[in-house]
Design a protein. Structure first.
Length: 340
């Protein structure tokens, strides 16, 4: 019992508070929570009825009285109350009761975050019961999680494509040497697919359906063999359910703009870095992390445009939380990486 009490006194943690998913890492235990960043609430009483996975099951399939919302947009908190409630609930799932000494919490945030947005993350985390809060930039966390030697005086380029933001950064000696934070990422691609299917086929589909289409048949370059998908949606003119078939070519056309915006951001960072960093990156290549790293053909497209080798972090969806978690395990080694 005493052991458990002590175990419980201080538990340093890391959190990847993402637009699409929130992941929590507990020091010594690894990733203990990975759930959608969603909250479902009762429209009238404003009471929260579900969070995370349960809230996602409500989305698009519930009556008028429940609204599903995502408290984060473009990588930052857009609904403060819902976000702090969500963080508190997730921490509550991790610890049945909060540790007595408020634990240290490392939170990964977008590199382009403003001071107001930073304060929102810190306040929401404090309300949820965290003690001292340390902010780390997502591309830095992704680089650490990918296993890159960020302590060396050697430029490492990371492109972290999440749900709400794309972070492109060159990292050297524990610091971000140059970067771009772009509020175009996976969500933008989903919205583009919804718009395309509405205008080309006259069918309404949900963003969750668009996400499934993107994962199954989405690609950044033409594929060796055509992929197609039967799609059920709601006909705009008749209001009736309707079935159509779409191909990878359709999806490529739909997501061309967000994809090219990401490629352009990579090109801009390559153009603005110093000659020494450029030679490092030419040698080390570009590392992709985040869910966007899973888009078929994206590595090939980036290679065609930059001429550099493009590699993918293992388990790219967890690169950021692995990195933020590594920081809690070796706090002193990484103490200079924090934003605050």
């Amino acid at each position: 019992m005493m052991g458990r009490m002590l175990d419980f006194l201080s538990k340093d943690m890391a959190m990847d508070l993402g637009t699409a998913n929130t992941l929590i890492y507990v020091r010594g235990k690894g990733v203990v929570l990975d759930e959608p960043s969603m909250v479902a609430m009762d429209r009238e009483t404003k009471k929260v009825v579900a969070i995370g996975k349960e809230a996602r099951e409500y989305a698009g399939r519930h009556g008028k009285n429940i609204i599903s919302s995502r408290p984060l947009r473009d990588g930052v908190i857009s609904d403060f109350d819902a976000a702090s409630f969500m963080i508190r609930s997730f921490l509550g799932k991790v610890f049945r009761r909060m540790p007595l000494t408020r634990p240290k919490l490392v939170v990964a945030v977008p590199a382009g975050i403003t001071s107001v947005e930073k304060r929102a993350v810190m306040e929401a985390s404090e309300m949820a019961g965290a003690g001292k809060i340390y902010l780390i930039e997502e591309p830095m966390a992704a680089a650490i999680g990918t296993g890159l030697p960020i302590d060396m005086a050697m430029g490492q380029m990371v492109v972290d494509i999440g749900g709400g933001t794309t972070e492109v950064a060159v990292i050297s000696k524990f610091a971000v040497a140059c970067s771009e934070s772009l509020r175009v990422a996976g969500d933008e691609a989903n919205e583009a697919i919804c718009r395309f299917i509405r205008s080309e086929h006259g069918i309404f589909i949900s963003e969750m359906m668009a996400e499934i289409i993107k994962i199954k048949i989405g690609s950044a370059v033409p594929l060796k063999k055509t992929l197609e998908l039967k799609l059920r949606g709601k006909d705009l003119t008749t209001g009736m359910p309707k079935v159509i078939t779409i191909t990878d070519e359709d999806v490529r056309r739909a997501i061309k703009e967000p994809t090219m915006a990401i490629v352009e951001a990579v090109r801009r960072v390559l153009e603005k870095m110093s000659p020494d960093l450029a030679s490092d990156v030419a040698e080390n290549g570009i590392w992709l992390a985040g869910g966007g790293a899973l888009l078929k053909g994206l590595r090939l497209l980036l290679h065609q445009i930059t001429g550099l080798e493009v590699k993918k972090s293992e388990d790219p969806l967890r690169a950021v939380i692995r990195g933020a978690g590594a920081v809690t395990e070796h706090f002193d080694f990484y103490r200079t990486v924090f934003l605050n």
